[in-house]
Design a protein around this ligand. Structure first.
Ligand SMILES: [Zn+2]
Length: 521
């Protein structure tokens, strides 16, 4: 099986994006997209031998005794480093261990196992003691249908798995909904995997909606390329769009920020015509050579000012080799301005880790600290936030980044040891003991930085001009009311009612157990 799709097969891939906006206002949203270069590189990348570690099988389930020992070590680590629940706000962590067992195929760069590695590092640091941790249920068909077309969902739910991608021998044949090629293979349990990913993101969004979390973490989500009726770039279901639709039921304005190395095209397109969602994507941009080829600086939403979505799309196109310092400057400046002008009531931050140095597909020189600085900046705004995962194809570095970012969420980033805890499962997979390996350790020679400071200033200038058109905190924001607003409010009410009942029940039980004790007789 080869990862590398011959260039001829590109013709068989859809070259026009389908009109799949969630909130269409006019034909403005039927945008022309350049033909997409395939997500997987066409030319073998010989200059980075050994960066990718092959898939590692999860260990067998630990015995109760071993698990108890591991748990005790995690707890001790938390106590020794002073990891406690953050003061004044709540963080929740949403995952579905069943999702992590899925397998795209040995040669495919997407390894759901990276979620297991991330979670095990997070838990080994003892961070689970500082958060509410939830095992999410899978999203239902109806929940996925809040965004996705039913013919697409029906197909996705029923198509049988295929052992080999259809384009493996250079002849893709017909790809229905862009499924079954090297990028989006039809693997065993695909629909379950997608539903579980969307379930974690939706769960996280619901916790924030209900005011039960201020920061909700869903590292299993973040699959930003999926379209309404089309799989794309390893993404089948756009869990982010589903989660944002949920957030829109409770919050007037959502700021979506995407720091994956690839353009967040699926989310941008879904909310293209909406002024209730501003999308900001920082990504490598090379129209003909890097997936998905969209996201130019002057792509700022619908061209017509009559469309409410005009100027609500911000794109920050970057070149190879950007450093922590440059990225932080850009991120803080651009996001600072967006927050000031748009006044979001909630932030949805996609933390794709393929923007890290040494990623199998990425091209930047970002380190764990620089990637995490974006999460820290958003957190400092004090706005409720959902953190999604995303890309990330060198599992050990994905795990480092998402662990560090979890520590930022719970405000213990300054207390955790920079040395990976000795009891961390699969510790040898991390190669270096440090949570923060140097660029030289990760890459050998860092990539050449093709981003000039002059270009970065031009980007800031352009974004500033765009934002002049954005009304500061528009007061009337409910022109587009997501479907079924009533039932969701009812659902929240119902949840609160249940909680009250539970509390009453606890009280009742306390009273009952007290009956017959000395004092009362
Ligand atoms: Zn990506």
């Amino acid at each position: 099986m080869s990862l590398h799709v011959p260039i001829e097969t590109m013709a068989a891939l859809p070259s026009l994006s389908r009109p799949s906006t969630a909130m269409d206002y006019s034909t403005d949203s039927l945008r022309f997209h350049l033909p997409k270069p395939n997500y997987l590189p066409h030319i073998p990348d010989f200059d980075e031998p050994g960066i990718v570690k092959e898939y590692v099988r999860p260990l067998d389930r630990a015995s109760d005794e071993n698990y108890a020992k591991y748990y005790a070590k995690c707890r001790r680590t938390a106590e020794e480093t002073g990891i406690t629940r953050p003061r004044g706000y709540k963080v929740s962590f949403h995952c579905n261990p069943e999702m992590e067992k899925h397998h795209f195929g040995n040669a495919h760069p997407m390894k759901p196992w990276r979620l297991t590695l991330s979670k095990s590092l997070i838990y080994s640091y003892g961070m689970s003691f500082a958060m509410d941790t939830y095992v999410s249920r899978a999203a239902t068909y109806e929940e996925l249908a809040m965004f996705h077309a039913s013919d697409y969902l029906d197909y996705l739910a029923t198509v049988p798995p295929e052992a080999e991608p259809r384009d493996v021998d250079g002849s893709a044949g017909e790809l229905i909904f862009n499924l079954g090629g090297s990028d989006c293979p039809l693997f065993e349990g695909l629909f379950n995997y997608c539903s579980m990913s969307a379930g974690t993101s939706l769960d996280a969004a619901k916790k924030v909606c209900a005011g039960q979390s201020d920061i909700a973490i869903a590292w299993g989500g973040g699959l930003h390329h999926a379209k309404k009726s089309e799989a794309s770039g390893f993404c089948y279901i756009n869990d982010i769009v589903v989660a944002i639709l949920q957030l829109l039921r409770c919050f007037p304005r959502v700021l979506y920020i995407d720091i994956d190395v690839h353009h967040g095209d699926g989310v941008e397109e879904a909310f293209f015509s909406s002024d209730r969602v501003m999308t900001v994507s920082l990504h490598k941009y090379e129209p003909t050579n890097f997936f998905p080829g969209t996201g130019a600086l002057d792509d700022n939403g619908p061209k017509s000012d009559l469309n409410p979505g005009a100027h609500h799309t911000i794109n920050v196109p970057l070149q190879d080799g950007i450093t922590d310092g440059q990225y932080e400057f850009l991120f803080n400046d651009v996001i600072g301005r967006c927050v000031e002008k748009f006044r979001p009531s909630v932030i949805a931050l996609q933390c794709g880790a393929d923007s890290l140095a040494g990623d199998r597909l990425g091209r930047f020189n970002l380190q764990v600290q620089g990637h995490g600085a974006c999460v820290a900046f958003c957190k400092r705004t004090g706005i409720p936030m959902v953190l999604f995962g995303g890309g990330g194809y060198t599992p050990r570095n994905v795990a480092r980044a998402w662990t560090y970012e979890t520590s930022i969420a719970i405000n213990c980033q300054d207390r955790i040891s920079p040395v990976i805890p000795p009891h961390t499962p699969w510790r040898s997979q991390f190669r270096q003991e440090s949570l923060f390996p140097t660029l030289e350790e990760v890459l050998g020679d860092p990539r050449m930085n093709k981003n000039t400071d002059k270009r970065l200033r031009e980007i800031v200038q352009h974004v500033t001009e765009q934002l002049r058109f954005v009304e500061a905190a528009p007061s009337v924001q409910f022109q587009v009311i997501p479907p079924n607003l009533g039932p969701i409010r009812d659902e929240v009410e119902e949840r609160l009612w249940e909680e009250r009942q539970e509390r009453d029940e606890d009280l009742r039980r306390e009273r009952e157990t007290a009956v017959g004790t000395e004092g009362e007789m």
